[in-house]
Design a protein around this ligand. Structure first.
Ligand SMILES: [Zn+2]
Length: 79
């Protein structure tokens, strides 16, 4: 069982691609969370509604990307 942050597979382009997608989803999510905090401080409910919708989508994307990595890594297991 490997529960490392960045499992080092040897030169697997698919791993690189999936981690890239995941990293981008995480960063986009972090960015929107900080935007939400700002909108909350400014009590900007119109922006907050908009941001919450975007955030829900990003959370989904992040989960999907994480699952894609898990699925793909399962295929790496030695038979
Ligand atoms: Zn791989």
């Amino acid at each position: 069982m490997s529960t490392q942050m960045m499992p080092a597979q040897e030169n697997c382009a698919e791993c690189d691609r999936l981690w890239e997608i995941y990293t981008q989803a995480v960063m986009a999510h972090v960015k929107i969370v900080s935007r939400r905090h700002k909108a909350a401080l400014q009590d900007d409910s119109a922006v907050l509604d908009e941001i919450e919708a975007i955030e829900a989508g990003l959370a989904q994307q992040q989960m999907k990307a994480r699952r894609a990595i898990d699925d793909h890594e399962a295929e790496h297991e030695p038979v």
